[in-house]
Ligand binder design. Structure first.
Ligand code: G3P
Length: 217
């Protein structure tokens, strides 16, 4: 499973990239707002840090304007992945952009049938939003499982990018289902390492080691 970080916070991205944990980055208009930075400037900075795909989202809703914005975003760096809304205009743009050799990420997916459309439009990634489905009383993970089955039934190569991840358990369940990628908020990504028995075990080992009076090296 590939790990993307879901943020436009350059400091967090740099830290996680230095740990060797990052395969890519996803951003969206809300994350750009949170970062308080100019979209082109911050996206360029992120693309310079991370080797993998960096999703930058268009904000237009009409095909021609989506294509104009996509051209602007694509110029930022070679590893830009154009993020498009799951609408008819977004899907049309997805088809055109992937045919043109661009990476695409179709976002705001909440059903397997929407994901099927994105795959038919040639999307590189489909982003089903788990947490937002859970918030509404649905089971977001069920949608991930359905998309996995639909894509496997027909051999679609579109990668399932589990998004709107809110917990370590979301990551585990998405991995068990076989989502190709998880885009994870920085705090949740760091929380993956935590286990009380790891902390307790390390404490015990260090205490016993101190009692040996030895030093390695
Ligand atoms: O990148 C899109 C997605 O991950 C948003 O997550 O927590 O705002 O639902 P959230």
């Amino acid at each position: 499973m590939k790990f993307f970080v879901d943020t436009a916070d350059v400091k967090e991205i740099r830290e996680l990239n230095d740990l060797g944990l990052l395969d890519g980055v996803t951003t969206n208009p809300s994350l750009i707002l949170k970062a308080g930075r100019d979209i082109k400037e911050v996206t360029k900075e992120i693309c310079d840090i991370v080797d993998g795909p960096v999703s930058a989202e268009v904000t237009a809703t009409e095909y021609a304007e989506i294509m104009r914005e996509a051209a602007v975003l694509a110029k930022i760096a070679d590893n830009i992945c154009i993020k498009l809304p799951l609408t008819l205009d977004g899907l049309k743009a997805c088809k055109a952009l992937t045919s043109d050799g661009h990476q695409t990420n179709v976002t705001l997916c909440f059903s397997a049938t929407q994901a099927l459309l994105a795959a038919k439009a040639g999307a590189t990634f489909i982003s089903p939003f788990i947490g937002r489905l859970d918030d509404m009383g649905f089971d977001g993970m069920e949608v991930i499982a359905e998309i996995r089955q639909v894509y496997d039934n027909y051999g679609f190569e579109t990668e399932i990018l589990a998004a709107s991840i809110r917990s370590v358990d979301h990551v585990k369940r998405a991995a068990l289902i076989g989502a190709d990628v998880a885009t994870i908020p920085p705090a949740t990504l760091k929380a993956l390492v935590k286990h009380p028995l790891t902390d307790k075990g390390l404490e015990q080992f260090l205490a016993d080691w101190a009692k040996t009076g030895q030093k390695i090296g």
